[in-house]
Design a protein around this ligand. Structure first.
Ligand code: NAD
Ligand code: MG
Length: 389
């Protein structure tokens, strides 16, 4: 039996991971499940999967979790430290599906004991890509991408020489507002932004899809994960979300990964890697689909894409600042403090203030420096949103 843990088990990726694991109970020994506010879901899954441990990130809700687990053998724990300790428990395969920079440290801890880390938490690569890769290498850990685009690139690269790669094309659905007139975007509400045309995902990533901050993070993730320079990474809007990414080689060949949007494909690929095993995902009927369309990824409509390019070129710890500023701006939008289009303005302003200090930092940075860059950007973003200078 393979020992597995799931971080962010109660979220969209976490639940899809549980769906796959629960289909083969004899194959997996579930070590730890972690969640946030959804105590009932966390407890229910921990009992059903016979997990050793269930952890809520909210330390004020330990009693509630204990009550929900009463009568079972599942151990309960709560708080940030408990989350990190859960990462130290010996699971060979760990799903990293906490949302935001909060997912970085638990993933690092799992890599430090040589685990295979299935990485849905793209923020880890954006904030600390070099640290993640270095940690995996130093401890014999393995990083597998779960973001659908990066799983697609990873699969297209199997058996290929990275030197022969001319370009990587990351597709974008365009999110909730791809057909809106640009002048209406400042009026967009959080509820409107939180509906995705093709994918069923958590609230934060869905809003990030509408603003293209999600794609911006993914471009940076591509650079970090595959060690490609920014000029080799392109974006195209593909409203049907059937092609997840394409890799272009020096002989002109383009290898595409194609399939209906279902995260269980990328999760299952990472779960079974290096083998391929049957997955309960819909098979694509090309004739029924009829056609696939593509549009340019306009940086005027989606300025987050331009910022991503600037962050990739700046390097250092600018990715950590970019992500942190984006998280604060997103909170500001969800809370009604700023408009939809103001989010990118806030992030751009934060970058202009902090990147002179962060861009020259060498790749051998440690976690403390990432935390510091993240904090710096959060303070600046908070000041900008509050109108303080
Ligand atoms: P979600 O909001 O549905 O779930 C997030 C999970 O993280 C929940 O279990 C929540 O309780 C937990 N969590 C939230 N804040 C936390 C904190 N501070 N500390 C500890 N745990 C916390 O999010 P999701 O859509 O499942 O996305 C998870 C990650 O996967 C994100 O990084 C996202 O970008 C990435 N991702 C998601 C999808 C998707 O289809 N949903 C696709 C690609 C990548
Ligand atoms: Mg993605």
């Amino acid at each position: 039996m393979r020992r597995v843990s799931i971080f962010g088990a109660t979220g969209s990726i976490g639940q899809n991971t549980i769906d796959l694991i629960a289909r083969e109970p004899e194959a997996y020994d579930v070590v730890a499940l972690t969640g946030g506010q959804n105590i009932a879901q966390l407890a229910q899954d921990a009992i059903r999967l016979r997990a050793d441990l269930a952890v809520t990130a909210d330390e004020t809700r330990l009693d509630e979790l204990r009550q929900a687990l009463a009568g079972s053998d599942v151990e309960a724990a709560a708080g940030r430290e408990a989350l990190l300790e859960a990462a130290d428990r010996p699971a060979e395969w760990v799903m990293s599906a906490i949302v935001g920079a909060a997912g970085l440290e638990p993933g690092l801890r799992a890599l430090q004991r040589g685990a295979t880390l299935a990485l849905a938490n793209k923020e880890s690569m954006v904030c600390a890509g070099q640290l993640m890769l270095r940690t995996a290498q130093a401890h014999g850990g393995r990083l597998l991408p779960v973001d659908s685009e990066h799983s697609a690139v990873f699969q297209a690269l199997i058996g290929e020489d990275l030197d022969a790669v001319e370009r990587v094309i990351i597709t974008a659905s365009g999110g909730a507002f791809r057909d809106w007139p640009i002048e209406d975007l400042p009026k967009a509400t959080p509820a409107q932004a939180a509906t995705h045309p093709n994918w069923d995902m958590g609230q934060r990533i869905t809003i990030d899809s509408a603003s293209m901050f999600n794609k911006a993070l993914e471009l940076i993730e591509t650079k970090e994960f595959f060690g490609l320079s920014a000029d080799k990474i392109e974006t195209v809007v593909h409203p049907e979300s059937m092609i997840h990414a394409l890799v272009g080689f020096n002989d002109g060949a383009l290898m595409a990964h194609v399939g209906p949007p279902d995260m269980r494909h990328a999760i299952g690929f990472a779960l079974h890697h290096p083998e391929r095993k049957p997955l309960p995902v819909e098979r694509l009927d090309l004739v029924k689909l009829g056609q696939m369309t593509f549009r340019p990824a306009c940086e005027i409509r989606w300025p987050a894409l331009r910022l991503a390019r600037e962050v990739m070129e700046a390097g250092g710890l600018c990715g950590a600042a970019f992500n942190a500023a984006k998280e604060v701006a997103l909170d500001g939008f969800i809370d009604g403090a700023i408009s939809f289009t103001r989010m990118t303005e806030v992030v751009e302003e934060v970058l202009s203030r902090v990147s002179p200090r962060l861009r020259h930092i060498d790749d051998d940075f440690g976690l403390d420096m990432v935390v510091e860059a993240d904090h710096l950007a959060r303070v600046e973003a908070g000041n900008i949103i509050a109108g303080r200078t």
